[in-house]
Each structure stands twice: as C-alpha cells, then as structure tokens.
Write a protein that binds this ligand. Structure first.
Ligand SMILES: [Zn+2]
Length: 1046
C-alpha cells in the first residue's frame, strides 16, 4: 500500500473543527479502553465530544487515547512527582501501597490528572506509578555514566560557589546551565566529569562570623575564629548542596572539593612556591587598594565602583619656592606666585611629595582678578578653572611644560617642606588644572613617579584608615575619609592655601563585601608579577572559545588594567602565606625545604597548624638549626593569608562563571595555571550575566524582589500567590533566559514558564495516549508509504532536531526552548493534532492509515522528549516511564541523543503541504466560527504543476476520506481542473494564487486556484460525527465498514 505519490484506497477525513487546545473542562473519567482493559482518562476536546454525546452504542468502537500520564499536576503534585523520580521518597510510595501498575482508578468527581490535593497536605498525592519511577535511576546517573566505556570526556569545571549564605537564584542559574550542558553531552555519548566544589575561605565568612559574635569577637584567637568560620562554611555548604541536588543537578556529590581541605590547601601552597621560585611572586611595599572596613588589602576584583559617591574636591595653592630659570624670566616678583592643584582626596595632601606636570603641554602664568596673585596652570584649563574659582584670569605669559623642570613649590600645609615639580606621563588635561598633586603612598602612578625620583613613600595612614602620629597631633587618630578630610580642609583654609571646595559626584571604589569606600594605601604586600604572565596568558586565550565572543575582550581589558596582582590579605580565615619573617630585620625565609615541610603538615592536619603549632615545629629540623635552633628562633610565621582567588585549582577545561568573575576566580585560575604549567585551564568559556528583577533592577532584600529558589519549587506561604512549581519550572526559566546578558526573574516570568510546561505536558499526553497499542517494531509503516502529512511531520521533525542539536552545541538553550515551544504549539497542537484525530480515533486499530499516523507520533514523541530532557529531566523521565513500548532501561538519559533519519528529509513535500494549507486557510477563513465538517468544499485548480501536486493528496474527484479532505477537515472535498457549470447561489467563493518553487528555484510556477464552499447535504454520522451519513440513524460508509470488521 502506497500513499506517497499516488494515493489509492480510502483516505481519511477529519473530525474536529476546533483547533486542538488543552481542554479546560474536566474530562469524564472512567472510559474503558479496549487494548489494556485499564481505566484511563481521555485527552482531548474531541474525545470529550465523543464521550458526552449520545453515541453510546458506538463508544466502545472508538479508539480514544489511553494513558495514565497526568494532564496536570496540581498543588504539591509537581514537586512530589519530581521527588519520586529522584527516588528520595521511596518509603512513602511503599506505604501507600501503590504497585507498579498503570495508574489507579479515578474517583468520581476527581479533577483531571489526579485527586484533589489535600488542603495543606504535604504527602504525595500524585496517582502516578511511583513504583516505576524509581527505575530511572535518577540519582545514580552520574556514577552510571562514569562507568561507561566511551572515548570522549566532557569535563566541566565547577567554578566554586562561595560557602556563604542560602542558595539563591544566581546559584540556580549557574548550576542549572552547567547541568543542561552536562546532560546534553552525556546523552550524546560523552563521559561527564563534573565535580562540584566550594570556595570556603575568605573575608565574607570571616566578617559574618565576627559580626554574629559581636563584642565577644575581640577576645577570640585566630584559631577560634577559624573554627567558627569553618563550621559556618560547612553549614552553608550542606544547605547549598541539598538545594543543588533538589534542582536535579547531576554530579559527583560524594567527591566534592572544598578549598578548606588539607589536601587542597597543600596543593595550593605548592603552586605558591612554584611561582615564587620562578620569580613570579614577590614582596613589596606598594600602594594597594585598602579597605579600612575590612582592615585588609583588596585586589581589584574585590572592588565595586559606586557611581554615586560624593567626594569633597578642592583647589589648592602650592606657593612657588624656587622657580625654574624659564619661569624666573616670566615673573617680576611683585605678586605672590602659586601652582594651582585640584584633588578629590584632600586627606592625601599631608602625604604630598611632589607636583607633576605634562612636559609637552602648554602652561600659563595668569593674574587672578580677585586676589591679584599670579597662578600657574595648564593653558588649556584657564577658561574652565577661572569661573569655578569665581574670578577671571588674565594670561600674563605661556610656556612649555618642560620649562618647569628643576622648579620647586612649598607644601601647602608644611611651610618648611619643599615639593619638587616633576614630569609625568599620567598627567592629563581631562580634569583639574594640568598640575597633579602627588602622594606616593596613596596612588599607583604617584608611587611610580616616586620610585623614579627617589621620593619618600611613607604612609601616614594605618590599617583602620586613620592618620598615624606621624601625620601630626591635629590629624592623629582621625579617619581619613571622614573627620580627617574635614581637618585637612580646615588646615588648608587656615594656611590660606584653599581656593575652593565643592562636592563632586563620581565613581569611586568600594569594598564589595562591606559596601564601604576604600582608600589607596602603601603597605608591605605579596604580589604576583603579571607583566610576563599576561603576554603568555593572552597568547593562550586566543585558543580558547568564548561564548559570547565579546567576553574575551572583557577578559583581556581587565588583565591589561592590572600591572600586578596583590595576593596577601591581613586576615585569618584562609591559607597562610608560608613565609617566616625575621624578628628584627626586614628579611623573610622561604625555600624548598620549608615548603615541603609545611605542605606535609597541611596535607595531614589542614592549615590550622600555622596557628596551632609552635613556630619551631613549622620549620624542618635542618633549617631550624641554621636559624638559631628551637630556643633562639629568629623567625616568626607570617600573619598574611592568600587572596581567596588563589584558592582555585588548576585542572579544568570548561567554565561557566558569573560575569563578575571575569576578573576574579576566572582570571586567577588562568594566571595560576599559566604560571604553573604554561597552559590555559579551559578550552571553552561560557559567560553568563547576573539575575535581576523584572524591570532589570538588582535583587535585594530591601526592594522585596528577592526570589527564593526553594519558594519557586515548594511554593510560598500563600500558595495561591506563590504556587509550588517544582524544579523543572526553575530549569525552564534558566534555559529560556538570555543568559549572555542580565537575566530577569519575577513571579510573572515563572508563571509563564509554568504555562509553557503545562502546554508541553498536554502535547505529551496526546502523544502518549495515541501510541497506546502501538509497537514500533511490528506496527511501523515505512516512511515512503506513510500519509503525506505524516511524512511532512517527519520532515519538519528532522529539521527541528538538527536545529535543537546545533543550539545545544552553542550553549544557546534559549533557542532550544523557542524552537521547541514553536513546534509543540504551532506545528503539533494547532495544526497536526487537529487534523489527525478522526484517523486515530475512528479508523480500525491496526489500519495502516492509523499506523502511519502512530509511526509519526512515536517519532515525534521520541524527538521531543530527548530535546527537552537536558532542560526538564524530571518531566522527561516521567514521560519515558509512560511510553507503552519502552523497554529497559527506563531512563531517557541512558538511551542516547535524538536519532533522526535522513530519509525523513523531503523538501519537495513542503510545496504540497504549503499549497494545500493555503487552500485550507481559504476554506476555514470563509466559514469563521462554523464547524468545517458541516461543509463540503470544491477546489478548482487550472491544469498544471499545482494541480498535479494536489492530486497526490486526492486521486478521485470527490472524496470524504482522502488525505486532502482530512487536511480540509470538511465533510467532503472535490478536486477539479475546470469550474463547474452551475453553482447554487449561496456558495462562498475564494480565490488565491500559489507560487511553486522547486529544485532550488529552477522550477517556478505561479498557479491560481479557487475554493468553493457550500453546506453539506449529508447527515451527521452517529459514530464519527462527520456529515457523511445518509441519515442521522445510520453510520457513514467508513464507520459502517470499521464497525462491521470488529
Ligand atoms: Zn462515521
């Protein structure tokens, strides 16, 4: 039997007029199926129509869909079903005595999809076959796939989340993205390596612990603080880990890595020494970003710029001390002369050591109309500075910057102190006066000028951000950013060197943890030299694939901004910098022997030994004897710990960090890996954004827009407002989001995700219900013998599968969602399912026409389930266990990726289906709101290619059973190449044209057609409800034949 090109034999016709939509009315329960003798519910509006009608005599002859797959999961059913699939509640299933059979009888009055949930109940209500669900081995999947003998490994390195606080949607975004990638690659046959880890050290934990302890914290020893920090981190890890497992993340949960493990710390100390030994790590006195609120140095990655910061900016006079020869020739000595300087950080003025200028710029001597004084500033700044100082400047003369060389000025606060004028290339004309106040202890560029010219780099500010006694009695003990600034300004005023003070709103660095402003302050720190590393790292980065590509630039830019990486922190919760300092001299001790000794100790006992063991035990015997022996030890262990970014390991090939981490963990792992083994630690980098509220606002407790993943899964206090969605909704949201930018989340976004999944569930239920009694091995119809519309669906399906696979490859999970959603709503629900119901329900069970359709449905089901399985693993497993013909193992994840056949690809069918659909649209559009089966339709096409194509769908002139009539969903369809002679007056006529485009444009032919619509003259068949019967009491010929054959 061939329907492919020249149809013969009876076609089929459509039943339902309405486009298929998920039914809203509860379906009548208890319809007795024929094949399995099980009580099941029906699926669709069409079946309701059949059941509710007075066709009782024929009801048992109609093949309604059968499946125990629930149409809807209500209330707790969604999360509970997921838990059963994860098999974490097996005892509950056993206690309820639900055996491994296909669903249970439905109680009268039950809502579709299962019994009404008990109010406030927490027990499992889903009537599903939970006994079967455990069989998918959800929680053993990771170990199962590790044991597979496969060649390729997909290694995704888990950039560790911080062991601090509750699991949040940012974690969900990161972990679920990784899981989708992992599950996809696993289904494609790779062995997945995914070992989750936690970043357990560092300031945020230390600060939290200390703030919880309050005043008591003052008296705690380093070891006590570390103990409390460790238990805090452990509690957070447990909470996060169980949430990640609940989200369905497939990983090696029994072998996670923790940066506070001794073995981890020991490895890190080895890398430190390796880098030190290569000269990549050094100790130096340098200005670094310093957080007074955390009392420690910070790396640039730990800064957050506040664009709303308000500084007190000032214009200050630096009186001329000794003019350069050129300057001397320009002034006559009749008026006082000063250099004009502008700064946003008045508190750094006491530390001033020089004033810098731009050698190639032009400078001017101006006369101030207000004071009569002479000022020197950049010629370009004359017109903009005068109005700020509420005066006018008369330019006396101009000269080149180089002519300032060898001149000096007087420190505005210390009359006896002279500050030299120095050339510097960091001076710009964008802001200020073109003359730059230079305090080497408080600026990176200032420091480099100072090292060139041997200026003092003494720091007048201590760890708390407070002036030391060296700053003088007026300033001592005053916080530089608060009272200190105020006093400096008053002192400048008193010295008559302040010209103007104004508020300036600008972007200023803050400590990202304490949210307080930082200062730049010189201190002795440990640094990684980045100059050489950067070049190699950038070279290696060229071989790394970045998704999106622009992320590479961000990474390189960030690296370019860092001349060095400050890796020492003045805290206790971390890995110690393994050096010993001399008690009196500025010397330290570190060598391969000391490191080996410490590494062994740390491997065995953890890094606590640094604080618990006496110093003499931290040194190996041979070294100890060289440095004074146990009794006269000249060295003490250093008190600095390593930056937590240094806590990262070195063996990863895939990363998915948050954007903020481009500068942090991500870069530190690159740099340590490049330093240690000249290799980038990853091959592909996927960068995702942060999660934001609905309107793109940041999520914060004060805004009340924080969304707790646990509430998304299990519902909130008021479950009418915050229903329990289950983890799959959370996962769908993640996949759907455009993760390459900022990701928004809100109740309406989640609700929409829930709706999407409901619609998908209905699609799946239709598919499952209609493959009942079908065995692909024995009942499949060869593709070329299938109905054209069924072949066309397979054609669309292979195209969909290719696109879905490509999108997964590109980590574009949002595209996967969009493709799938369009397919199951448009191609399936609204189109295909609405057309095939009559064939499925009213033909004989094993009629090849019906089997053709079931063949397509089974393939569609398989492709759809595999397509969404990485995103919705729970739903995929649930569906898989309801597929009537599935064999062991009953897990979609253990049976590979989508497998489509190239013979499904039939581009020629597109012309046939699209042209027929154009006529169908004309027909349906001409009878809006009416039932198509009450009409017969006449299609007139002039002889030619289009006629021949349509003829493939209907060989006979008039038919109520042809493929064409099935597509039209009419009572009968007549296909003509000439207009009929006479037509009744009340017929509706529609005209149209269709452009056939075959063989890649070689064959193009435009044809016109006419669709003529008239009411049917037949009666409604009591079995199939089509208007194809001679009387309302007799069956139509097709139904008569089917029933007779039973
Ligand atoms: Zn009938």
């Amino acid at each position: 039997m061939r329907w492919g090109l020249r149809p013969s034999g009876p076609g089929a016709a459509a039943l339902a007029r309405n486009l298929w939509v998920p039914p809203r009315l509860p379906s009548r329960a208890g319809w007795r199926g024929t094949a399995r003798r099980l009580l099941v519910r029906s699926v669709t509006g069409a079946s309701n129509q059949l059941q509710n009608s007075n066709n009782g005599g024929y009801r048992d002859t109609v093949l309604l869909p059968q499946t125990s797959f629930p149409m809807k999961l209500l209330g707790r059913q969604q999360p509970d079903t997921e838990l059963e699939i994860q098999q974490v509640r097996p005892r509950l299933c056993a206690a309820r005595g639900v055996g491994p059979r296909e669903g249970g009888p439905t109680r009268p009055g039950a809502t579709p999809g299962g019994p009404t949930p008990r109010a406030g109940g927490t027990g499992p209500q889903a009537p599903g076959p939970c006994g079967r669900r455990g069989k998918c081995g959800f929680s053993e999947l990771y170990s199962w796939q590790r044991e597979r003998k496969v060649k390729t490994e997909f290694c995704l390195h888990d950039g560790p989340p911080y062991a601090n606080g509750d699991p949040h949607v940012g974690h969900a975004l990161n972990k679920i993205l990784k899981d989708i990638a992992n599950r996809y690659h696993m289904m494609r046959g790779s062995k997945i390596h995914f070992v989750p880890g936690w970043d357990c050290h560092g300031l945020p934990i230390e600060i939290k612990v200390l703030s919880e302890l309050g005043a008591k914290a003052q008296n705690l020893s380093a070891v006590e603080i570390r103990e409390k920090a460790r238990s805090f981190a452990k509690a957070a890890i447990e909470k996060q880990k169980s949430a990640f497992i609940r989200w369905g993340i497939m990983a090696d949960w029994n072998n996670c890595y923790y940066t506070f493990d001794g073995s981890y710390e020991a490895r890190q100390l080895r890398i430190f020494y390796q880098m030190y030994d290569k000269g990549l790590i050094y100790r130096s006195y340098k200005p670094v970003f310093w957080s007074p609120s955390s009392r420690t140095a910070l790396a640039e990655a730990e800064l957050e710029y506040n664009p709303e910061h308000v500084s007190r900016s000032i214009y200050v006079k630096f009186p001329l001390s000794k003019p350069s020869p050129k300057l001397a020739s320009l002034i006559d000595g009749s008026s006082p002369v000063s250099f004009l300087v502008w700064t946003t950080q008045p508190w750094t003025i006491p530390a001033n050591q020089a004033v810098c200028y731009m050698p190639e710029a032009k400078y001017a001597v101006v006369k101030c109309s207000k004071s009569g004084d002479l000022y020197i500033l950049a010629a370009d700044k004359v017109t903009s500075v005068a109005p700020v100082l509420e005066t006018t400047f008369e330019v006396i003369s101009t000269f080149s910057g180089v002519d300032l060389e060898s001149g000096t000025c007087i420190h505005p606060l210390i009359p006896e102190k002279v500050s030299p004028l120095l050339p510097a290339n960091h001076v710009t004309m964008t802001k200020g006066t073109g003359l730059v106040h230079t305090a080497p202890a408080h600026g990176m560029e200032d420091y480099s000028v100072a090292s060139q010219h041997n200026l003092s780099t003494d720091c007048l500010v201590d760890e708390d951000g407070v002036f030391t006694d060296v700053a003088g009695p007026e300033l001592q003990n005053k916080a530089v950013l608060e009272e200190g600034t105020d006093v400096v300004i008053k002192m400048l005023q008193a010295a008559k060197n302040l010209l103007k003070e104004e508020k300036l709103v600008h972007s200023y660095p803050y400590d990202w943890r304490t949210k307080k402003p930082v200062v730049i302050r010189a201190s002795k720190q440990w640094f990684v030299k980045l100059t050489d590393l950067k070049t190699t790292a950038k070279e290696l980065l060229k071989k790394v694939k970045f998704i999106p590509g622009a992320a590479l630039n961000g990474m390189v830019e960030m690296m370019d901004r860092r001349p060095y990486w400050c890796i020492s922190r003045q805290r206790v919760w971390g890995v110690p910098i393994p050096v010993f300092h001399h008690k009196t001299k500025d010397e330290f001790l570190i060598n391969s022997q000391t490191i080996e000794h410490i590494v062994k100790l740390v491997e065995q006992h953890g890094s606590d030994v640094w604080w618990t063991l006496p110093p003499e035990q931290l040194l190996p015997k041979e070294v100890l004897s060289e440095v004074g022996g146990p009794d006269a030890l000249e060295y003490v262990p250093g008190q600095d710990i390593l930056d937590i970014w240094f806590d990262s390991g070195t063996s990863w090939s895939y990363v998915l960090p948050g954007k903020d981490q481009l500068g942090g963990w991500f870069q530190s792992s690159l740099l340590t890996s490049v330093a240690a083994r000249k290799k980038a630690p990853f091959k592909t980098v996927v960068v995702h954004g942060f999660t934001l509220g609905e309107k793109g606002e940041k999520m914060s407790k004060s805004l009340g827009n924080v969304i707790d993943p646990d509430v998304v899964i299990n519902g909130g206090q008021d479950q009418t407002k915050e229903p329990p969605y289950g983890a799959d909704v959370l996962r769908w949201w993640v996949a759907e989001s455009n993760v390459f930018t900022e990701v928004t989340i809100s109740p309406s976004v989640l609700n929409a995700a829930g709706d999407d999944i409901s619609k998908l569930r209905n699609t799946l239920r239709f598919l499952l219900g209609n493959v009942a009694g079908f065995n692909p091995e024995t009942d499949s119809i060869p593709v070329n013998n299938m109905y054209i519309i069924d072949q066309y669906m397979l054609h669309l399906l292979q195209d969909l599968a290719n696109k879905i696979t490509d999108s997964y490859k590109q980590y574009d999970f949002g595209k996967v969602v969009r493709l799938l959603r369009a397919f199951y709503t448009r191609e399936l629900s609204n189109f295909y399912f609405s057309i095939i119901k009559d064939r499925l329900y009213c033909e004989n069970g094993d009629d090849p026409k019906r089997r053709s359709c079931q063949t397509a449905l089974a393939e569609i089901l398989d492709v759809i389930v595999r397509s969404f399985a990485p995103i919705l693993p729970h739903l995929a497993e649930e569906v898989f266990q309801h597929i009537p013909y599935t064999k062991e193992p009953k897990s979609v994840f253990r049976t590979g990726w989508i497998n489509t056949s190239s013979i499904w690809k039939k581009p020629g069918l597109e012309e046939a289906m699209e042209s027929a659909c154009a006529m169908r649209d004309s027909f349906l559009g001409s009878i809006p709101g009416k039932n198509a089966v009450e009409y017969k339709v006449m299609i007139v096409i002039e002889p030619g290619l289009l006629f021949e194509i349509i003829e493939m769908l209907q060989a006979e002139e008039t038919s109520s059973t042809s493929q064409l009539n099935e597509l039209m969903m009419a009572s009968e369809t007549t296909l003509l190449s000439q207009e009929p002679q006479a037509l009744a007056a009340d017929v509706i006529e529609r005209k149209g044209t269709f452009l056939i485009n075959l063989e890649g444009g070689d064959i193009r032919e435009e044809s016109s057609y006419k669709v003529i619509v008239m009411p049917t003259t037949k009666e409604k068949c009591p079995r199939c409800w089509k208007y194809t019967a001679e009387s309302s009491e007799t069956l139509c010929p097709r139904c008569a034949e089917v029933v007779r054959g039973k």
